[in-house]
Each structure stands twice: as structure tokens, then as C-alpha cells.
Design a protein around this ligand. Structure first.
Ligand SMILES: Cc1cc2nc3c(=O)[nH]c(=O)nc-3n(C[C@H](O)[C@H](O)[C@H](O)COP(=O)(O)OP(=O)(O)OC[C@H]3O[C@@H](n4cnc5c(N)ncnc54)[C@H](O)[C@@H]3O)c2cc1C
Length: 400
């Protein structure tokens, strides 16, 4: 049975991150959106306070082996903290220094030496970022379609290809980059490499202008005859031996989602809550004088609260399973799909209720633009439904 009661430590992290979100993140959210960046001095300051976006600082990602492991709290801590921070502002949260989405693949598949080398750089002296580079022009939802090549040479690999939509990709100190040693091998041919900033042949070609999350950097990257030493092959050569159940780079990428999808879902919930709370406050003050409109607004806001709580419980369940070492790919997909969908709906309805109060330059208008991508990245809703359907039909040996 899952307990709904938060432990003392869980309550503490929730309260601390809420305080930070309310006092440090929210006050600069609209200005960061207008500027299209989070000011460097602010990032320096929060980094010195030890505030980073590192799943390892919450205790690491989930296992999908199905076997029970010693209980951890990291995934639950992670979803509690990111809901609060995204309530403050999602773009600022994604811009916080730390390993970000690059952390989970290193934690789950890196060698001890790689974990030490790449995860220990996130200290308080200077803000640093990690990134996760899977998406390409021809490989988004279908991660098995990766076309970036990795040609084995003496002592390493030569990478060639293009990556798009990479969060914090331009400023990252290192990126987990997915490539194929042979496109004909499909998933089995995929490998994950850690490419360090400054490696010859690796460059950031463009920072993308977006509808939402404008303050957060999204980059396009190019790998042109980029030589990467074998020491940077994630997990080492032995991880990719094809015999038995050894994973390919594809599985490294998929395993990451088991812990990152609940985190992304919790961010969508934080955004929905921010829009809902703001609108509720206005409705309480303004609408009672307006008869029927008040009833209509109350019904919309009651549904919003119900949806937010349902999404939160799905998310907590997926995080709880990851903490207990229980396979959670289906639950991670469910919470991600549901939270992304209801968050979009809550923001749209909040905007409708606010009317002219919700025009450009207003918090809820910004949240409405920001929330759209939450049903796209980390897998679109259609892809989450495919993940769920595959598990529904698995006992019947039907392939979806
Ligand atoms: C702001 C932002 C940040 C991002 N950050 C990162 C990052 O840090 N690292 C990274 O690697 N990527 C990142 N991405 C990329 C993101 O993960 C992809 O955009 C996403 O996976 C969808 O891929 P796509 O855009 O190529 O769409 P496509 O795969 O081309 O999909 C287009 C449409 O077709 C649907 N579709 C596709 N296949 C199927 C199917 N089999 N069945 C039913 N419907 C299907 C999709 O649901 C979608 O509606 C980011 C994207 C954005 C917008």
C-alpha cells in the first residue's frame, strides 16, 4: 500500500523548494521570459547557494529490473521539489545549473569512473550544466531512427551528425549523445557517448526561438568528425556486447525515461497549479458579484483541482515504484501523458476565465505558452499511449 503521508524529510524539501520558488524564482519569471534568458548573475548566486537541477542530489533514477531493491527516496523527493520549482517558473527551473536530463543516463549506465568524472563537476564555485542529446531531424518520437554515426577508430570513435532541440545544449560542459555504429543494426547499433564541450568537431550552431519556455536555452548541435575517446563511451564497450540481455544505447535512452518522465509530469503539475491558484484568487475576489458566471467558474476550478490531484497521485505512484526498484515504464508514461494533458487544459481554462486580465505579459498567458511543450518533450502523448498499449497487449504476444 502506498502511504499518502509525506515523511518529515519530504515535507522539508517541499517547504524549502516552495520558499525558494516563491521568493527567488517567481519574482523574476516574467522578466526572464521577456529577455529570453535567465540572468548570469542570478545563476551564479543560486549555484553558490547549492541549488541545482541534479537528480543525483535527490537520490538518483529508477531501476526497471522488476526486482525489489533497498528503498530510496530520490524519485519522490525529485517530484516534490520540481512541482514546487515549476510552480515558481518552469523555464527558470530548467535553466538551473546541474546535470539536468544528462544525469540519469550517467547514473544508470555509466562506469564508476565516468560517474565520478562527469557528475563531480557540479560544485558551487561556478554554474555548470549537463545535457541529453537524442533528438535529430529524422529521430524524435522514434528514437530508434538516430542517424548520427559513430565510426570506431584507434582508441575511440568519430561522430558525425546533427542534434536538435537540446535543452541547455549550448552551454553544457558535457552532453550524453546518442549515435549508431551501424544504422542497419537498428536499436542494437546504438551507443551513448559523453561529448565534452570544446571537443574539436563539436559545435552549437543555433539557439532556437520558441513560443514558450523562452528563458530556457534550446540548442541545435553539429558533430563533424568529432573524435571521442573510448573512455567516453557510456558504460564502456562491455555494456554493448549484444549477447544476453546487455543493453544497447537505445535501452540506455529508454531507461532514462523511467525516472525523468515523472519529473517532467511533476513540472506540468506545478504549472497547472500556478495557473489554477492565480485564477481561483481572482475568481474569489471578482466573481461572486457576477451571479451565473460565478457558478460556471466554480465548476471549472473544481474540475481543475480534481485533475491536478489525480495527475499528482499518478506521478507519486510512478516515482514511488522507481524508488522501490519496481518496473515503472507504464506508470511513468501514464503520469507524463495525463499531467501534460490536464496542465494544458487547466492553463487554457484559466486564461478564458481571466479574460482581458490574462493578456500578453501576464503570468497565466506565459504559463499557457510554457505548458504546451509538456505534452511534446520526453515523448509526445501519442508515444506515451503507445508505451502503455504495448504493455497492455504484452501478455497476448500482440505487437503494437
Ligand atoms: C523545448 C524543447 C526541449 C527539448 N529538449 C530535448 C532535449 O534536451 N534532448 C532531446 O534529445 N530532445 C529534446 N527535445 C525534443 C523532443 O523530445 C521531441 O520534440 C519529441 O520527442 C517529439 O519529436 P519530434 O519533434 O521529432 O516529433 P515527431 O516524432 O516528428 O512527431 C510528430 C507528431 O507525430 C506523432 N507520432 C510520431 N510517431 C508516432 C507513432 N508511432 N504513433 C502515433 N503518433 C506518432 C507525435 O506524437 C507528434 O504528434 C525537446 C523539444 C522541445 C520542443
Amino acid at each position: 500500500m502506498i502511504s499518502f503521508e509525506l515523511s518529515e524529510q519530504q515535507n522539508q524539501i517541499k517547504e524549502m523548494t516552495h520558499w525558494f520558488a516563491e521568493n527567488e524564482i517567481r519574482p523574476m519569471a516574467l522578466e526572464a521570459d521577456r529577455l529570453g534568458k535567465v540572468p548570469d548573475d542570478w545563476l551564479h548566486q543560486v549555484n553558490q547557494m547549492g541549488i541545482q537541477l541534479n537528480t543525483s542530489s535527490f537520490g538518483g533514477g529508477g531501476k526497471s529490473s522488476g526486482k525489489r531493491k533497498k528503498e530510496r527516496e530520490g524519485n519522490r523527493m525529485g517530484v516534490l521539489a520540481t512541482e514546487e520549482m515549476a510552480w515558481g517558473d518552469p523555464a527558470v527551473t530548467l535553466s538551473l545549473p546541474g546535470a539536468g536530463l544528462g544525469g540519469p543516463p550517467i547514473e544508470s549506465s555509466g562506469t564508476a569512473e565516468q560517474k565520478e568524472r562527469f557528475l563531480s563537476i557540479f560544485t558551487t564555485d561556478k554554474p555548470r550544466w549537463g545535457a541529453y542529446a537524442l533528438t535529430e531531424p529524422e529521430a524524435g518520437s522514434d528514437a530508434s531512427g538516430v542517424r548520427t554515426t559513430a565510426r570506431k577508430v584507434d582508441g575511440g570513435y568519430i561522430l558525425n551528425g546533427q542534434k536538435i532541440f537540446i535543452t541547455n545544449g549550448g552551454r553544457a560542459s558535457w552532453l550524453v549523445v546518442f549515435a549508431t555504429v551501424d544504422p542497419k543494426l537498428g536499436r542494437a547499433g546504438q551507443r551513448a557517448f559523453v561529448v565534452e564541450k570544446g571537443t574539436p568537431g563539436f559545435s552549437c550552431t543555433k539557439l532556437v526561438k520558441k513560443m514558450g519556455l523562452r528563458a530556457n536555452e534550446t540548442a541545435e548541435l553539429l558533430l563533424e568528425d568529432c573524435y571521442v575517446r573510448t573512455e567516453n563511451l557510456l558504460g564502456g564497450e562491455e555494456l554493448y556486447e549484444t549477447s544476453g540481455s546487455k543493453p544497447s544505447g537505445f535501452q540506455v535512452a529508454m531507461k532514462t525515461f523511467d525516472s525523468t518522465r515523472p519529473i517532467v509530469a511533476s513540472m506540468a503539475i506545478g504549472i497547472a497549479r500556478a495557473a489554477y491558484e492565480y485564477t481561483l484568487d481572482i475568481v474569489k475576489k471578482e466573481y461572486p458579484k457576477q451571479g451565473n458566471y460565478f457558478h460556471l467558474a466554480s465548476e471549472i476550478l473544481a474540475e481543475a483541482e480534481q485533475d491536478i490531484q489525480a495527475a499528482r497521485l499518478l506521478t507519486w505512484e510512478a516515482a514511488w515504484m522507481a524508488d522501490h526498484g519496481i518496473a515503472n515504464a507504464k506508470e511513468a508514461a501514464m503520469c507524463k501523458a495525463y499531467a501534460g494533458q490536464i496542465a494544458l487544459d487547466v492553463c487554457a481554462k484559466s486564461l478564458e476565465l481571466l479574460g482581458p486580465t490574462g493578456l500578453e505579459g501576464h503570468l497565466v498567458e506565459k504559463l499557457y505558452r510554457d505548458v504546451k511543450v509538456f505534452d511534446i518533450f520526453e515523448g509526445t502523448n501519442e508515444v506515451q499511449h503507445l508505451v502503455i498499449a504495448r504493455r497492455q497487449y504484452a501478455p497476448y504476444d500482440i505487437r503494437v
